[in-house]
Design a protein around this ligand. Structure first.
Ligand code: ZN
Length: 226
């Protein structure tokens, strides 16, 4: 699935660019912005496929394991919390994007419709597919959980989802409100963790700590929309 590291998309790692604010009930979004986190720069930033085929970022994986262990201790079935999709490279997303655009062009030909301007074709496409460079999955910090298999309504009705709504933020995970299965590891301070990890990898040191310990995660608050 594309290169594991040394990605084409470089992150600014600027805390000020974190998007926070859309609120629904007890939930609020705090989005992982691809241009802030960037693609993993070192192969070691991604979990080996033998451990997890979805290859999330090691920081997000570390936090996810702590969260699932807590859910299990509270009697929650961990099956819907397994990781269905994690890292997706910009290069791989570009392949998907081109493939779907070609499908759209061919469908118009088959239906005897005149060709659409490329700009209009892309606008239709963006409703269904993230444009290469635009998906939080490029960073490895966005996880689609197996809740995905329960569908739009089933996922929101599951006990695992109810547990996430109450507890995910304490482990540093924030929702993407339109998709109940999509959660992003993005607590305050995560960019400092990422900078420290990359510095350790650059200098050949072993990273000391990956995710922040749950009791040391600062409370994030939604910012009022401007
Ligand atoms: Zn997703």
């Amino acid at each position: 699935m594309g290169r594991g590291a040394g990605g084409a998309l470089r992150g600014s790692l600027l805390e000020a660019r974190v998007r926070s604010g859309v609120v629904r009930g007890p939930l609020f979004q705090r989005r992982v912005v691809p241009a802030v986190f960037g693609e993993p720069e070192y192969a070691e930033e991604l979990v080996p496929a033998e451990l997890c085929p979805a290859r999330p970022h090691v920081i997000a994986w570390d936090a996810w394991r702590r969260m699932v262990a807590a859910a299990v201790r509270e009697g929650v079935d961990p099956a819907p919390l397994q990781i269905h999709a994690g890292y997706r490279s910009v290069a791989f997303q570009a392949q998907i994007w081109e493939y779907r655009l070609a499908e759209r062009r061919d469908a118009r030909v088959r239906e005897g419709l005149p060709p659409l301007a490329e700009r209009d074709l892309e606008r239709q496409q963006r409703k269904w597919t993230a444009k290469p460079g635009g998906s939080a999955h490029h960073t490895g910090f966005a996880l689609d959980l197996a809740l995905y298999h329960l569908g739009r309504t089933g996922s929101r009705r599951s006990p695992a989802y109810a547990w996430l709504v109450r507890n995910a933020r304490a482990f540093g995970f924030y929702p993407y409100l339109p998709e109940a299965w999509h959660w992003e590891y993005n607590p305050p301070g995560v960019l400092a963790q990422l900078r420290a990890l990359r510095a350790a990898l650059r200098e050949g040191r072993a990273p000391v700590e990956l995710a922040l310990a749950p009791d040391s995660i600062p409370e994030a608050a939604p910012r009022p929309r401007s």
